[in-house]
Design a binder for this molecule. Structure first.
Ligand code: FAD
Length: 358
């Protein structure tokens, strides 16, 4: 049985040292391990490996992964970052070896809207049928990227893989807009998944798509990307309505013995949803009551007022919200509570006045 897929790129990089160093630093931030190989750095991320060496004037990159999807992601990550870090002088990158048959990103599929439901005045649930819904099972497969077609595109634009390993488009000027969403729940037997969309003012492509979606519409997705919940005795969840789907899904998965608090900020009482958990995490709703989203300190105030457990209990803080709340909560977690990186995940899910791709 085949155990490893490999590919090589031979790149005429004019100034390889700083570009490779920047790539290594960037990947370390994403939990890669970097070691010095016999002729250059070797990066390891899970079971995926990338090794840099020199051959005369050229830089060689050898990537290896246990499956074709891992190989695709490794090739794409190397190539897209080298193109970015090389700045005004992007080199030609071409891969040889395995993976030449990958024409569509393996993590891409198109979903069909099979149901639309208003949950609350500002939350709409779309049920989408997927060819491979099992990819999104498990809390480490929490998010996906939706590809919202741009209005000018007469024919839908779907991605393919260029010879440099990076996503390419037939009409790059018409490529879809990407927006991140959470898989709220899935039904493996029916082959469907649910996404809960906040319908917000100043609607962007994501909110706009959800507002007008009809049964039969198709949308592209790539994913999953990210997720995971650390084992703990006491959890502190905090999020605004964009994080409500993620927190609701995590609460459903928590074991009965788990304790803690979940603070959920929404517009008002009409946005409250019934959440299910067998855990002893107490849910507390915080209402903006007329104040615009992204302008309050409700989440930070609630977190500051929470009764944190004794030191010998395993604590985990998970928070996601608008950028300013994210910044305050992250500073609190790191500077005031001195939580280690394995004890917290605090993420910005959106930024007031700024579209996701700005
Ligand atoms: C990992 C991850 C998972 C996410 N999961 C979900 C999810 O399950 N459901 C969900 O609804 N969102 C979710 N979000 C947030 C969502 O991606 C953003 O809100 C995104 O900006 C929405 O795209 P848009 O096209 O509607 O608006 P954009 O084009 O990005 O923005 C247009 C304008 O709307 C404003 N805006 C964006 N979001 C909001 C909001 N929620 N309230 C008020 N104003 C807003 C922006 O500040 C900007 O001014 C998630 C984000 C991340 C990073």
């Amino acid at each position: 049985m085949r155990r490893e897929y490999t590919a090589r790129a031979r790149i005429a990089l004019r100034n390889p040292g700083p570009v490779i160093a920047e790539f290594c630093d960037h990947m370390i931030e994403h939990n890669a391990e970097v070691s010095e190989g016999p002729a250059g750095p070797v990066l390891r991320l899970g079971a995926v490996r990338a090794a840099f060496t020199r051959d005369g004037e050229e830089t060689l990159v050898d990537v290896a992964a246990p499956d074709l999807e891992g190989l695709y992601l490794a090739r794409m990550s190397v190539a897209s970052h080298i193109l970015e870090f090389a700045g005004n002088d992007p080199p030609v990158i071409a891969w040889t070896g395995d993976g030449g048959e990958i024409v569509r990103p393996p993590n891409f599929q198109t979903l069909e809207v099979v149901g639309c439901r208003t949950l609350t005045p500002h939350m709409r649930r779309l049920t989408l049928a997927a060819e491979n819904v099992a990819r999104f099972a498990g809390l480490d497969a929490l998010h996906l990227n939706l590809m919202i077609q741009c209005p000018e595109a007469v024919e839908p634009q779907w991605p393919h893989v260029g010879s440099n390993g990076v996503i390419a488009w037939d009409r790059p000027e018409l490529r879809p807009l990407m927006r991140k969403y959470t898989v709220r729940s899935l039904d493996l037997a029916a082959g469907t998944l649910d996404i809960d969309f906040v319908l917000h003012a100043d609607a962007g492509p994501g909110s706009g798509f959800a507002e007008t979606a009809r049964v039969g519409d198709r949308v592209g997705v790539v994913g999953p990307g990210g997720g995971g919940l650390v084992d703990a005795d006491w959890y502190l969840f905090a999020g605004d309505e964009t994080a409500l789907p993620a927190i609701a899904r995590m609460l459903e998965h928590l074991p009965a013995g788990a304790r803690g608090k979940a603070f959920l900020e929404v517009a008002d009482a009409a946005e409250v949803q019934t959440l299910t958990t067998t855990s002893k995490v107490e849910i507390e709703w915080l209402f903006r009551d007329g104040r615009p989203p992204g302008t309050t300190t409700l989440l930070m105030d609630a977190i500051r007022g929470a009764d944190f457990p004794e030191k010998d209990e395993r604590l985990y803080l998970w928070a996601a919200a608008e950028f300013n709340a994210f910044r305050a909560i992250r500073a609190f977690a790191r500077q005031e509570k001195h939580l280690a990186s394995h004890q917290h995940l605090v993420v910005s899910y959106w930024r007031r006045g700024v579209a996701e791709d700005e």
